[in-house]
Design a protein around this ligand. Structure first.
Ligand code: GLA
Length: 729
């Protein structure tokens, strides 16, 4: 029941899919007013219309009407400099340096389906009956420019996708100072706000706090979405929890700098926005040109955070990720990094891969260290030439040998970077991001290539294509290990320097689009020192992300739990590594490490030569067991049950697509002094269906398992895990 209706009498647009409604109106024939976003409303007759009356310090854009002020309105795409003193959605500067505009409503159209955003990742539809799009036009007749606002409502997911476009129809240049992808106002401010923050090795921490009369801002000016901040914000009613209550969430489909904010206005309105970060974004728009903002996804759930996450998961799996691996099961891999770091060679790879094959591993990934001059992170990036000392027979031959033995071959690149000693750096000093006035600041001894320059993008495409054409590569790990400093480009002219951050991201998207289209059989996994660029933009090109360099099972519980707020487990790379753990020194059992890693896409990242026979046998068992259930964990519906941010016990479960099989994981972090008869209350079962537990004879109803729960054994020792399998009968 997908529809977009225009009610001419009330001057209202109503978007609905039978489950949610989004309503906006035209006020005073000029301004856009937000009316409603939430659970489906059958008909709307202005029941929550605003009361206008004369208030202090409120400017009146219509001279004759002292009761009307933009500062009190619930707006759709608020202006700057017209008397709404809350955060504007856009700021445009005219040639005379002034930042004053008058964009007024001037028309609309309704489009079947959803258009692609040129050069940018976006939610897509296959058929036009999967979505409807409302396109609103705002015009400034003096500036001679138009803003187009796009609202797409989807048939299958409780989502509205929004973005904005600006077209300069005048003679003179204009300058975009700020452009949010969306702005959304709520009446009242009695909400909690949830954000995801973090750091390298500590990604996607959950923060929930009450909104006061101020602003909460989550942002990045690092050139990437970053491990520090996720381009996401959720507004929650106070009583909303994992399973119940109203949640409105927004996620930005973008991999660069952003700003997400929630702001309370003087009359206790709440304004939520996400867009590019004005600190590092600005854009010259010359006559006749158009600028397209990245897209934001707005989710409404009345089933709390699990409901919200399941909407994001479904949408991203089916209508954001693309390519063969959108549906294909993900292989179990062994990565060389934690085993050998830079000290890799042909003999070591063959030895490791052959043992891996014996254990059931399907893909061997040669991480960093395989190319010329790469014995440490101080050098080597940029030329992408094979190191013939380490690999005397070349990578082609290595891949062939592995393939002949039945194991696929994968390889690591860090394409956006260059080390100072490389040929690339010597030949093209003007290809790096820097200001010509200062020595560039290094990070991990490397500089960032200027992807605003099409020649640089072509160089990266050519270098990688050479290898991907000549070597039988099944998997690429695409890394990015530093943030952007010294924002300056030798390619862009003086006026365009503030466009660099966004042009960098556009260049990256162009490279990834070209390579992923040209090599459709390769599984691409993105990485940025772990989960540093784990965002929806990257997932459009690369359906898998290395969630964190931190492989400690206990830390991973939080990282994976936080990541699951937005991203489905099938997108999450997750490996079993050696103990004591490289990052935190903790010792956990192989069982626990496996039980955590199998909740994402399982891999191993350790030197198999250091394991004894019993450990190898255990890994072999783990992999063979995992292969029987991975369809459920990779493609099933994910439910969070107990949170590592709140408790010593953590649990989650996966329900298969056909709802007949359940994999339920339970973890206890530290041993408890007393046993309190804990029960695990399952989620996602059918109340009246019967389930057999772990192949035993005992049978339980779904309602019993969900409401009475399952007794958890008495546990001794730290870092305990248990996996339950339920089969519906
Ligand atoms: C980053 C990645 C690691 C590894 C190293 C190699 O830190 O996150 O997994 O690939 O680079 O230098």
């Amino acid at each position: 029941m997908l529809e977009i209706k225009y009610d001419e009498k009330q001057q209202l647009f109503m978007l609905s899919n039978g489950s949610i409604s989004y309503i906006l109106g035209i006020e005073k024939n000029r301004y856009l007013r937000h009316a409603y976003f939430g659970k489906y409303i059958k008909s709307y007759n202005g029941s929550n219309a605003p009361l206008f009356y004369d208030r202090g310090f409120c400017s009146n854009p219509i001279e004759s009407d002292r009761t009307f002020s933009l500062d009190t309105l619930l707006a759709e795409y608020p202006d700057f400099n017209q008397g709404d003193f809350r955060n504007p959605a856009y700021i445009i500067q005219t040639k005379d340096g002034k930042r004053v505009s008058r964009f007024y409503y001037s028309g609309f159209s309704i489009i079947d389906g959803k258009e692609k955003l040129a050069g940018l990742p976006s939610v897509y539809t296959k058929n036009t009956d999967e979505a409807k799009t409302l396109r609103i036009v705002l015009k400034d007749t003096i500036m001679q420019a138009s803003i187009y606002l796009y609202y797409t409502i989807l048939a299958k997911y409780d989502v509205v996708c929004r973005h904005a476009e600006i077209v300069n129809q005048g003679e003179a240049d204009i300058y975009i100072d700020r452009l949010m992808s969306f702005s959304l106002d709520f009446a009242g401010c009695d909400y909690d706000v949830m954000t995801l923050s973090g750091a390298h090795l500590n990604e996607k921490n959950i923060n929930r706090r009450a909104l006061c009369s101020d602003s909460i801002v989550m942002e990045s000016i690092r050139g990437t979405s970053s491990p520090q901040a996720t381009p996401f914000v959720a507004l929650m009613e106070k009583d909303a929890n994992e399973d119940r209550g109203n949640v409105w969430a927004a996620n930005f489909i973008y991999s660069g700098d952003f700003q997400a904010s929630v702001q309370v206005g003087q009359y206790k309105t709440t304004r939520m926005q996400i867009g590019m970060n004005s600190t590092t974004f600005g854009w010259h728009l010359s006559s006749g040109k158009k600028f397209v903002s990245p897209e934001s996804v707005l989710v409404y759930s009345d089933k709390g955070l699990n409901g919200m996450s399941q909407i994001f998961h479904g949408l991203y799996r089916h209508q954001l990720c693309r390519g063969k691996y959108k549906e294909a099961l993900r292989p179990v891999l062994l990565n060389s990094w934690e085993a050998y770091q830079f000290d890799v060679d042909e003999a070591k790879c063959l030895n490791l891969a052959r043992q891996a094959k014996e254990l059931g591993i399907e893909l061997f990934v040669l991480d960093d260290g395989w190319f010329k001059n790469r014995c440490a992170d101080t050098q080597g990036l940029g030329d992408w030439l094979e190191d013939r000392e380490k690999f005397p027979h070349g990578l082609k031959s290595l891949a062939e040998k592995l393939n002949n033995e039945g194991i696929a071959f994968g390889i690591w690149f860090e394409p956006e970077m260059v080390s100072a000693g490389s040929e690339l750096y010597r030949n093209h000093p003007d290809w790096i991001i820097r200001s010509q006035n200062y020595e560039p600041i290094l990070s991990r001894y490397q500089c960032v290539l200027d992807l605003s320059n099409p020649q640089v993008c072509q160089y990266i495409i050519d270098r990688l294509s050479d290898i991907l054409h000549s070597v039988n590569v099944s998997y690429v790990k695409w890394d990015m290990n530093r943030h952007l400093t010294d924002l300056g480009s030798a390619y862009l002219d003086d006026k365009q320097q503030k466009e660099l951050s966004h042009r960098y991201v556009l260049g990256l998207y162009y490279i990834m689009e070209t390579l992923t289209q040209n090599f459709p059989n390769v599984l691409f996994e993105s990485c940025s020192s772990g989960g540093g660029r784990y965002d929806a933009g990257m997932l459009h090109y690369m359906p898998q992300t290395w969630a964190s360099d931190n492989t400690d099972a206990v830390c991973r519980l939080k990282i994976q739990y936080g990541t699951s707020m937005l991203f489905p487990p099938i997108t999450m790379g997750s490996h079993v590594s050696i103990v004591p753990n490289h990052q935190v020194g903790r010792i956990t059992s192989l069982n626990m490490r496996f039980a955590v890693a199998m909740a994402g896409n399982l891999g191993y990242e350790l030197d198999l030569n250091k394991l004894d026979e019993a450990e190898k046998a255990e890994i072999k068992r783990q992999i063979s067991w995992y292969k029987n259930i991975r369809e459920i964990t990779q493609k099933g519906t994910f439910y969070r049950m107990e949170s590592p941010f709140e408790r010593n016990t953590v649990s989650w479960c996966f329900v298969s697509e056909d709802e007949t099989k359940i994999v339920c994981c339970y973890y206890q972090i530290l041993a408890e002094p007393i046993y309190t008869n804990p029960v695990l209350k399952l989620k996602g079962l059918k109340e009246n269906a019967l389930y057999r537990l772990n192949g035993q004879d005992k049978i339980f109803s779904g309602s019993e398992l969900m409401y009475a729960g399952l007794t958890v054994p008495k546990i001794e020792g730290d870092f305990y895990s248990e996996i339950y399998i339920l089969q519906r009968i």
